[in-house]
Design a protein around this ligand. Structure first.
Ligand code: HEC
Length: 226
């Protein structure tokens, strides 16, 4: 039998990071019933060139990424306990995009997740041009031993007018993701996925693979800030 169909407590807790992704793995493994305290680091801007450093925009981007991850985790936890794993598929379908919308409105940024080329589940999560280049470079780093979740980019040059900076972080495939993204998907989950995503290309991943990236685009203006 496929062991992924039995939800050990560890697996279920790890799943709570679910459809999610942008969560750092330490947040996944440290998730406890009081998860709001779990490994959510303060925004610590990565080292940036001194000229043109824009810590405020970077902090906003990081705060948005973090809130996106926290909300996916917390709300998916509720969906899991209420509806089980197959229900969580519907949660990812219905609520992940809504959560992204709300986080974007709150922080005045654009944000989302994209899959590595050709491996998206939701057609809307195929990468755009700039994300594709980053995915390529993240993938090269992973191929030579880098950790997917350690891949991070902050881009200030060659951004479109009106954009102050773009950020992205790699997403690692965790063991818990395999029940919905691996090779051996339990029938109730597979059926739900097939119904919602007839062109699903987001299965067959292995633990430790690069799944995609979470991206944020911070506009030059701050008009949408609360
Ligand atoms: C309960 C099933 C389920 C689990 C578990 C799950 N996902 Fe997903 N995942 C989905 C669904 C459904 C979507 C499509 C969401 C949408 O329509 O926007 C998705 C979409 C994604 C996307 C967006 C790109 C795309 O292909 O559409 C990423 C990235 C992702 N998942 C990563 C992960 C990672 C990493 C994990 C483990 C931490 C994980 N998922 C666990 C069901 C799941």
């Amino acid at each position: 039998m496929n062991s992924m169909t039995r939800y050990s407590p560890v697996l279920v807790l790890a799943m709570l990071a679910g459809c999610g992704s942008e969560l750092a793995p330490e947040a996944v493994t440290a998730t406890t019933p009081s998860a709001e305290t779990a490994a959510v680091p303060e925004p610590t801007p990565a080292p940036a060139p001194a000229e043109e450093a824009t810590p405020d925009a970077q902090a906003r981007g990081q705060a948005a990424m973090r809130e996106f991850g926290d909300r996916l985790r917390n709300e998916l936890r509720a969906a899991m306990s209420q509806d089980g794993a197959a229900g969580a598929v519907s949660f990812c379908h219905d609520q992940a995009p809504r959560i992204a919308d709300e986080v974007m409105a709150t922080h005045g940024v654009r944000l989302g997740r994209v899959a590595v080329a050709g491996r998206n589940r939701n057609p809307g999560n195929a990468h755009g041009g700039w994300q594709g280049e980053l995915l390529d470079s993240f993938q090269r780093a992973v191929n030579t031993g880098g950790a997917p979740e350690s891949q991070m980019a902050v881009i200030r040059d060659d951004v479109p007018a009106g954009v102050e900076l773009r950020m992205a972080r790699g997403i690692r495939v965790e063991a818990a993701c395999l029940m919905c993204h691996g090779d051996n998907i339990a029938p109730p989950i597979a059926e739900r996925l097939a119904a919602l995503y007839p062109e699903d290309r987001a299965t067959g991943f292995l633990e430790g693979d690069l799944r995609g990236l979470v991206w944020v685009e911070v506009p030059s203006t701050t008009e949408a800030r609360p």
